[in-house]
Ligand binder design. Structure first.
Ligand code: GLY
Length: 567
């Protein structure tokens, strides 16, 4: 009851702050030497601890990632995957794909019954929903290439937090308590995430995860073999076999993260460095910016009906392309060059009518040049004094992933298989549809919306940004970027400002509670938009802006327990 009241109170707070002027909600913390913004205070402080031990931003990012696996069980993960954009101090940008893969025994129709209908929850809940995890390989691969400290040193804060415990925030205590029934459906999950006396978790309670600490220690001692072979792999495969899952020892042994070509998009004086497929985020943001660039957004005004209408129409066209053309580039020829071509994007806006909303039934995907060449995720950003920067988004897919915890291993498994198109044209949990480009195939990576981003301005490091939020990730990253680049907000204002979203199908313009005043709503409806006010907030964006004097201005989204640490 107490948590329900707090939850309602937080909704009320959102309502109140969204009605305040943006100037009143912006209090960015500013640091001189290093900054980390992540979903938990403990994880942000773990990153700073590693930098103070002499590590760089990449060492710190690996420390933050493992600390999130302990302090943010819903998304932090070692049983999931993600993407990482790294800009080293010399200006070189790399992007690492540690997205999960479909197990070798996976096949296109694995979530359909004999009549070809999608079986409810099979791709989202339970053992069959998991892809082969990529997080551990990703962290080790990044550390080997760019880190300066040994793995056991950067993992030390996470192991300590798991072994000695950390104090639950009111929000975490509430989340664990509210999910008790679903946790109880799986033996391991019930053991780790519910209390044996059936009581509620309470704020300030020490949460100890001994089996997770032991798993992390095996990784610290043995590197990737501490997860993909030996005892951890045996526990994971035994868990899968106990519940009808299909991840095998071979799947684990074969998993490799991949360095991908970064997507680079220019917009006025800015260059955005983004993740390419199997993230749809880089191409989508690139397409949106290319479509928006010819318009004078400043003159149209911040969140006026005209601006919202324009951005919604841009998003509609971009998400239609996403459904048709994006998938794992190792399995499908994604026409990235054609999709990002500025001329193609201008052409796609020929049907834009400033006085009338399009209908998604009439707006299909475009025809880009076929040139050979992806709601409960978490994002964090790290920057050090030398100018090394990491923007990392990671996930189990939905909160607590498949809800299956590896018994004896203490870590939750993802439900990332639902990010495949399990049946052409049938929406996934985020309402996204897809086709051949994103159908299930053994070893293939499922399309993602995760969009970790680094922005340079005149060749200098300028912004790090990203957010969770499933299908809303791209429109949130776009709005945070525009809030800073076009509307002059500081980092904190930019992440706190209210948000809206359009994803082609369903043909609705979503917005956070009380984002638009009555006049704006009426004008948007008059333009032909079907408005859908979400019950809760959209995403939890994190952002760091590097100012001209080299100071680091941080934005930690008030929609969660996000925390900026630094010195
Ligand atoms: N699982 C959410 C995403 O990758 O987009």
């Amino acid at each position: 009851m107490k948590y329900m009241l707090r939850f309602l109170a937080s909704g009320l707070m959102l309502v109140l702050f969204s009605q305040l002027s943006i100037a009143q909600v912006g209090f960015p913390k500013i640091f001189e030497n290093a900054a980390v913004v992540s979903a938990t205070q403990e994880a942000s402080e773990a990153g700073i601890e590693i930098i103070q031990k002499g590590g760089n931003a990449i060492d710190a990012a690996v420390a933050v990632k493992f600390a999130l696996a302990v302090t943010f069980p819903a998304a932090g993960n070692i049983g999931g995957g993600g993407f990482m954009v790294i800009r080293s101090a010399d200006g070189n940008v790399s992007t690492l794909d540690f997205r999960e893969t479909a197990p070798a025994a996976a096949h296109r129709d694995m979530y359909l019954d004999e009549d070809g209908e999608v079986i409810d929850r099979l791709s989202t809940f339970g053992h069959l929903a998991s892809g082969v995890p990529g997080t551990v390989d990703g962290m080790i691969t990044a550390l080997e290439k760019y880190g300066t400290l040994p793995l056991d040193v950067v993992m030390e804060p996470a192991i300590r937090l798991a072994r000695d415990g950390f104090r639950l925030s009111w929000r975490e205590a509430g989340t664990l308590t509210r999910n008790r029934n679903r946790f109880s459906e799986f033996e391991g999950t019930k053991m780790y995430f519910t209390k044996s006396d059936g009581e509620d978790f309470v704020e300030g309670e020490l949460f100890i995860q001994t089996d997770l600490a032991n798993t992390l220690q095996r990784i610290a001692d043995n590197g990737r073999d501490g997860f993909y072979a030996g005892e951890t792999a045996d526990l994971l495969v035994a868990e899968m076999e106990s519940g009808g899952g299909i991840i095998s020892h071979e799947d684990l042994a074969n998993y490799r993260s991949v360095w991908r070509e970064p997507i680079e998009v220019t917009y006025r004086d800015y260059t955005m460095h983004l993740m390419g497929p199997p993230s749809s985020g880089g191409i989508a943001i690139g397409q949106m910016l290319n479509k928006l660039e010819p318009y004078n957004l400043k003159r149209l005004g911040y969140n006026t009906p005209e601006t919202i209408h324009l951005v919604a129409e841009v998003s509609r066209r971009v998400y239609a392309d996403r459904a048709e053309f994006l998938g794992d580039p190792d399995f499908y020829d994604v026409p990235a060059g054609g999709l990002l071509d500025k001329g193609y994007n201008r052409d796609r806006m020929r049907t834009f009518n400033p006085s009338r909303a399009s209908s998604s039934a009439e707006v299909s995907h475009g025809e880009p040049r076929m040139v050979k060449e992806s709601d409960n995720t978490t994002h964090f950003s790290v920057v050090d004094k030398a100018g090394n920067a990491v923007s990392l988004t990671t996930t189990l897919n939905s909160g607590f992933g498949s809800f299956v915890t590896v018994t004896g291993g203490g870590f939750l498994m993802n439900n990332e298989m639902d990010d495949f198109s399990v049946k052409s044209g049938v929406p996934n949990q985020f309402g996204l549809i897809g086709g051949e480009a994103n159908e299930v195939e053994p070893g293939k990576r499922m399309l993602s919306s995760m969009t970790p981003s680094i922005v340079t301005k005149d060749g200098q490091l300028h912004m790090l940004l990203g957010t969770p939020g499933g299908s809303t990730i791209m429109t949130t990253v776009l709005q945070v970027f525009l809030n800073i680049a076009e509307y002059g907000m500081n980092a904190q204002q930019a992440v706190a400002a209210p948000r809206f979203h359009h994803q082609w199908l369903p043909d609705q313009l979503y917005h956070e509670p009380f984002t638009f005043n009555r006049a704006t709503q009426e004008r948007l409806e008059w333009l032909g938009h079907d408005l859908n006010q979400r019950r809760f907030y959209t995403g939890q964006a994190n952002c760091i802006v590097i100012k001209e004097d080299g100071t680091m201005e941080t934005g930690a989204d008030p929609r969660g327990m996000n925390y900026a640490a630094g010195f």
